[in-house]
Design a binder for this molecule. Structure first.
Ligand code: FAD
Ligand code: SF4
Ligand code: SF4
Length: 478
């Protein structure tokens, strides 16, 4: 064991410093400062180099974490970058936005008596440093293949697959209805978690590798799915899940009640310098308003913290279960609390008040009941537990379901599960239509960036296996 490692008994855990609340809650820059070379090395040296590294086992990409920690501790940063980027297309993105407490760091063996190794922060540092040093190179293929693939969706799943397939020499065409590449990494996740430049620099590298992006191309509207199938040897569907779960009840149709992604997309577009009419009119701007966000997941946390930064008069989050049972990351709840968000736990909306525009939410206190078959406790309203919260903007963040692709694309043969996600063979990633594959949230349901990357990589490998068995035209160019 190198002397540099195993320092967890002497060296305390140190996460990258957070910018002070008064500074960070008025802008959309990331809240965590970067590690420098010394901090990254010292923190990496806390790793005990486990024989069976549970951190890697619980990383969806099975990243080779102990190796890149050791190399970082030894100052061999270019090698650390090589190892880190061998299993992950976007390590600097995962290092920023993975819920590490539930994945790698939550399973670090030293977590029990000492705090875990700061795996995410080191992973982010390694690739950010590699970009600064010019070590991140365009991944061009060694030889070209004549076969072409269409990838529908430029989110992390589609992009990871595109990069893998391009490296194998395929002619890769990515189609996306948006005007920028990145999917939810660009228009969903706010800049204070993931600055847009981090995503945009990846787009540039992918283009330089020869991937052709067809933007503003909504399949089913601007481009037909049948045409894509006819033009390409294989198709990958990586369209994510976007149909917002809605909320009913009296007053649910009032102005001022908006879906979370509409709100977040507008804010992200403003940050990117775009003009958004509904933001300019004030409809999607929280400035000076009493904001109520309904929901307890990561999207709800992104909404409350965006509203704080837009200068809301007050921001409240209404969630029907308690803090221990919320689906969102506790790290993000803590950040939101620090930034002044008030959480109303065990509270569910019943009606929205106002004449034309929402002016308040009538809610009822809930209590947790007996666990259901899945072990999750049911929630029941408390008798006489009604109360009203003033609101000028209500944001609905109740989760997402898949859009009905077979109907939208006129593809009856495209089989879906009972949740509407695309059915695939879990080994071949092929859907019920030959040569059509699928990956990411559209298969899994709303999940994580790191799982979309994993699926995109696995789908690319399966597509390569399939394409190699198909009759091939002559190789296009060496
Ligand atoms: P997406 O990222 O959704 O990309 C799909 C792409 O397909 C989009 O660009 C879309 O425009 C395009 N598309 C859809 N339909 C069509 C069509 N018909 N034609 C052409 N293009 C189409 N995950 C984390 O790991 N950490 C986080 O902190 C985190 N925060 C989140 C915050 C919010 C607000 C949201 C909504 C999600 C968050 N997630 C987070 C989840 C994560 O963003 C997703 O799991 C991940 O982006 C899924 O990747 P994907 O490639 O499957 O789909
Ligand atoms: Fe941890 Fe995510 Fe990195 Fe895996 S990809 S090591 S889970 S931060
Ligand atoms: Fe190092 Fe923790 Fe992973 Fe063990 S589990 S190899 S101590 S990071």
């Amino acid at each position: 064991m190198p002397e540099r490692m195993l320092k967890f008994t002497d060296v305390a855990q140190q996460q990258p410093e957070k910018r002070p609340v008064p500074m960070r809650s008025v802008d959309f820059a990331e809240i965590y400062r970067d590690f420098g070379v010394p901090e990254a090395g010292t923190q990496s040296s806390r790793c005990s180099q486990c024989g069976v590294p549970f951190c890697s086992v619980h990383c969806p990409l099975n990243n080779n974490i102990p190796d890149w920690l050791k190399l970082t501790a030894e100052g061999r940063l270019e090698e650390a970058y090589e190892i880190s980027s061998a299993t992950n297309n976007f390590p600097e993105i995962c290092g920023r936005i993975c819920p590490q407490d539930r994945l790698c760091e939550g399973n670090c063996v030293i977590e029990k008596d000492f705090e875990s190794v700061t795996i995410g922060a080191v992973e982010r540092f390694i690739t950010d440093h590699a970009f600064e040093q010019g070590w991140v190179k365009v991944k061009r293929p060694r030889h070209e293949r004549a076969q072409s693939v269409a990838i529908i969706g430029a989110g992390p799943g589609g992009l990871a697959a595109a990069e893998q397939l391009r490296q194998l020499g395929y002619q890769v065409h990515v189609y996306d209805r948006h005007d920028r590449v990145g999917g939810l990494m660009i228009y969903g996740i706010p800049g204070f978690k993931l600055e847009k430049e981090i995503v945009l620099r990846r787009w540039k590298l992918l283009e330089e590798a020869g991937i052709v992006f067809h933007l503003g191309a909504a399949v089913g509207v601007d481009v037909s799915f049948a045409d894509l199938r006819a033009q390409h040897d294989a198709v990958l569907i990586a369209t994510g899940v976007y149909k917002p779960r809605d909320i009913g009840g009296p007053g649910a149709g009032l102005d001022g009640i908006v879906p979370a992604l509409t709100y977040l997309t507008a804010s992200n577009r403003i940050g990117l310098g775009d003009t958004v009419a509904d933001f300019a009119s004030g409809a999607l701007d929280a400035r000076g308003k009493r904001v109520v966000v309904i929901g307890g997941g990561d999207t709800a946390m992104d909404c409350v913290r965006t509203a704080v930064r837009q200068g809301a008069a007050s921001v409240k989050c209404l969630y029907r279960r308690d803090k221990a049972n919320m689906p969102g990351s506790l790290r993000e709840v803590k950040n939101a609390e620090e930034e002044g968000v008030e959480f109303l736990w065990l509270a569910a909306p019943e009606a929205f008040l106002g004449d034309d525009v929402v002016r308040g939410v009538r809610a009822v206190r809930m209590h947790l009941g007996v666990p259901d078959a899945t072990g999750r406790q049911s929630v029941e309203p408390m008798e006489g537990g009604h109360f009203t919260v003033g609101a000028d903007l209500v944001i609905k963040a109740l989760g997402f379901d898949p859009e009905p692709l077979p109907i939208l694309w006129g593809q009856d043969g495209l089989e879906v599960s009972r949740w509407g996600t695309l059915k695939v063979d879990h080994r071949s990633f092929m859907t019920s239509i030959p040569a059509v594959f699928a990956a990411g949230d559209i298969v899994r349901g709303a999940s994580l960036v790191v799982w979309a990357i994993r699926d995109g990589r696995d789908a690319a490998a399966a597509m390569h296996g399939y394409l190699q068995k198909q009759p091939q035209l002559a190789v296009a160019a060496e």
